[in-house]
Design a protein around this ligand. Structure first.
Ligand code: PRT
Length: 286
């Protein structure tokens, strides 16, 4: 029987949609995933397992799943034998310490002998140890942000993305303990066939992510400006330059990174570029 790589994704929650759409862009299509525990992919030797995010590290360690898409924060907290293979650039958040808004916060030593509520006791314990702080940790599984308001804790350690949950609960973020994003993670024991499938998956993921992070740009420029424009365009190798029918003008094609986009566009215009077109890239083989 053909070997299949078992990839765990979150059954429902913040990571689910991003994980499924990333797999889909890699050519891994599954039917009706949400209602099943396990779904075979079409046209790729993969089975997708739908599990609770917080259970996945244990399943990876036990070999029930071979790989997973998981928040790095969970990988760090669960302390299992799993390895982050590639960061995936979505579900970004930070694990932070927060205290009531009106607190005169003096630095991490403020937490000495205080009570802290969290769903991340291991990560918090390590942070406190590293900062030489003795504090009481209360592990709670949800709605951590209400703990100070009901007198259960002096402060909290929780995930933050926009900050609005802290704001609504009259809390302020005072320390960022770690930054996290979704990641492709692997378990400890993959056989040779599964490693080969994992390598192919990784190749596809990197191509998809490179295309998400880059744009294809086309522009027209007078020939005497080409050198200046080439200095602005950090192309993959060097821009493609083709003569236009109009004498003395050329068309330049290149790839720019999404994050440099607006800064580069401004400089291109300053250097005489015209008719600038920016096009999404479907796949970028890296
Ligand atoms: O039930 P299961 O075990 O599957 O998982 P879960 O309940 O832990 O999952 P879920 O869906 O809440 O989160 C899954 C993953 O999404 C987390 O492990 C993180 O890697 C990532 N992530 C990204 C977040 C957030 N952003 C986030 N903001 N997880 C939780 N939050 C919560 C946070 O706990 C707080 O309650 O959102 C609130 C704060 O959000 P802001 O925007 O108000 O700051």
């Amino acid at each position: 029987m053909e070997e299949k790589l078992k990839i765990a994704v979150q059954k429902s929650g913040r990571l689910h949609d991003g994980s499924i759409s990333l797999l889909k862009e890699c050519g891994i299509r599954i039917d009706n995933g949400r209602d099943q525990l396990i779904a075979p992919a079409r046209d790729f030797p993969v089975e997708v397992l739908f599990l609770r995010n917080s259970d996945i590290p244990q399943y990876l360690e036990d070999g029930v799943a071979d790989m997973a898409i998981l928040g790095e924060n969970v990988v760090i907290e669960k302390q299992k034998q799993v390895e982050v293979v590639e960061k995936l650039g979505f579900s970004r958040c930070r694990l932070s310490l927060a205290v009531p808004k009106n607190t005169e916060y003096t630095g991490p030593e403020w937490f000495k002998n205080r009570k802290l509520a969290t769903s991340y006791p291991n990560t918090l314990e390590k942070y406190l140890e590293e900062n030489n702080i003795k504090a009481e940790i209360h592990e709670i599984s949800g709605s951590v942000e209400i703990a100070p308001n009901i007198g259960l804790a002096d402060g909290i350690c929780d995930l933050v993305s926009s900050g609005s949950t802290l704001f609504k609960n009259n809390l302020k973020e005072v320390e960022v303990m770690l930054r996290s994003e979704a990641a492709l993670v692997k378990g400890p024991d993959l056989n040779r066939e599964k490693v080969a499938i994992a390598d192919e998956l990784l190749f596809r993921l990197r191509s998809v992510m490179a295309s998400r992070n880059n744009k294809y740009i086309l522009l027209n420029a007078p020939n005497e400006k080409i050198d200046d424009i080439c200095n602005v365009l950090p192309g993959m190798k060097s821009p493609t330059i083709m003569p236009l029918a109009m004498e003395g003008w050329s068309s330049l094609h290149s790839v720019i990174s999404e994050k440099d986009f607006w800064a580069v566009i401004g400089k291109l215009k300053e250097n005489g570029a015209q008719g600038i077109l920016v096009i999404p890239i479907e796949k970028m083989v890296v």
